[in-house]
Design a protein around this ligand. Structure first.
Ligand code: TXA
Ligand code: MG
Length: 326
């Protein structure tokens, strides 16, 4: 059931959260699947609905800076970043306080916590009214594409979610930037719309995650294959195979573009459209999705990161194109 965001719906949402249910929540990045972060059973329901492995921890959403003092240790770097970018699409990984009341299931048993203060007014209003932090991953089934509208949430999880708050299409369309501040050296775990250089302008130089699949999992959700459509996905294409849809960026002299992320090659516009268009092209009449090159600058870094995780490895590509669904 999707409902408009009138004040009484906030009340309904609060009642459901109190009962330990999960709800669809708009944020400026993507829609989240939210539950009361203090209740183990409610958090467990998130993992169940998403079919997500329980070792993959969730982001805790707060309404304001004041709300984090009881949850995590706030270093001076964290303080400076919160002052500059919150509310907004920056998630910080910080050491969990001993007395922190957040469900351990939400943080996957780790001694750190991922925290963010979303900028979407409806998300903030809900968290403020509810008075407790909300655990919320993106509201998609594990490994599929994140939802950027209430319709996307309805299509993938609607039958398991009692309420999806309508907050309009997501302004940013890509998940938040994740910065790990739990060790001496800050590490960028997930690129997003707050860029590496934006962060460095506040706290000095930061490292990029060296994570690979065999290394210790720091951000388990950053596993290599993620965010994937059902159809095989090819990147940086300069040719088109028969039956493929072409996701364009800018213009093409010789290839027929099926949907264009941004005709004027604007990265902000393209980021907003990326997940929606991947969903739109993920249909039976196409044998695959081919994506034109997207520059590795600014928001293009986060877009290429998501696309690479969604792309089909070469060896699997041929089987998929031949119609084998494995
Ligand atoms: O924009 C966003 O961040 C959206 C909206 C709904 O807020 N949320 C989101 O959540 O993208 P999710 O669960 O899809 O991605 C969270 C990522 C996962 O890769 C998870 O492994 C990582 O954050 N993460 C969570 N807690 C962590 C921790 N303590 N240490 C390292 N990584 C963590
Ligand atoms: Mg996700």
């Amino acid at each position: 059931m999707i409902v408009p965001s009138a004040p009484h719906d906030i009340q309904t949402a609060c009642r459901l959260l109190q009962e330990g249910q999960v709800i669809g929540l708009p944020t400026e990045t993507v829609y989240g699947l939210a539950a009361d972060a203090f209740q183990d059973k409610a958090v467990a329901r998130i993992f169940e609905v998403k079919n997500r492995p329980t070792f993959n921890p969730l982001i805790i959403h707060v309404a304001s800076l004041e709300d984090v003092a009881d949850l995590v240790d706030i270093s001076s770097k964290a303080q400076a970043l919160m002052a500059k970018f919150w509310p907004g699409p920056l998630t910080l990984i910080l050491p969990r306080k001993k007395e922190c009341p957040i469900s351990f299931l939400a943080s996957g048993g780790l001694d750190t916590l991922a925290i963010r203060c979303p900028a979407h007014p409806l998300a903030r209003k809900l968290i403020q009214t509810y008075g407790r932090p909300l655990a919320a991953p993106s509201a998609n089934r594990s490994t599929s594409i994140s939802p950027t509208s209430s319709q996307d949430v309805l299509a993938s999880l609607g039958n398991q979610v009692p309420l999806i708050l309508e907050g309009g299409p997501c302004k940013i369309g890509l998940e938040s930037t994740i910065l790990d501040l739990s060790d001496k050296e800050p590490v960028l775990l997930r690129p997003g719309s707050i860029l590496k250089e934006d962060i460095e302008s506040v706290i000095g130089s930061i490292a990029l995650s060296q994570q690979n699949e065999s290394s210790l999992i720091k951000a388990p959700g950053m596993m290599k294959r993620h965010y994937a459509p059902n159809r095989p996905l090819r990147l940086n294409v300069t040719d088109l195979k028969e039956g493929e849809a072409l996701l364009g960026f800018g213009s093409s002299k010789n290839l027929p573009i099926t949907l264009n992320l941004s005709k004027k090659a604007d990265l902000t516009e393209a980021a907003t459209n990326l997940f929606r268009m991947l969903r739109e092209l993920d249909q039976d009449r196409f044998v695959g999705i081919a994506v034109m090159p997207i520059p590795m600058t600014g928001l293009g870094i986060a877009m290429n990161d998501r696309l690479q995780r969604a792309a089909t490895p070469e060896e699997k590509f041929h089987t998929l194109m031949a119609g084998d669904p494995s």
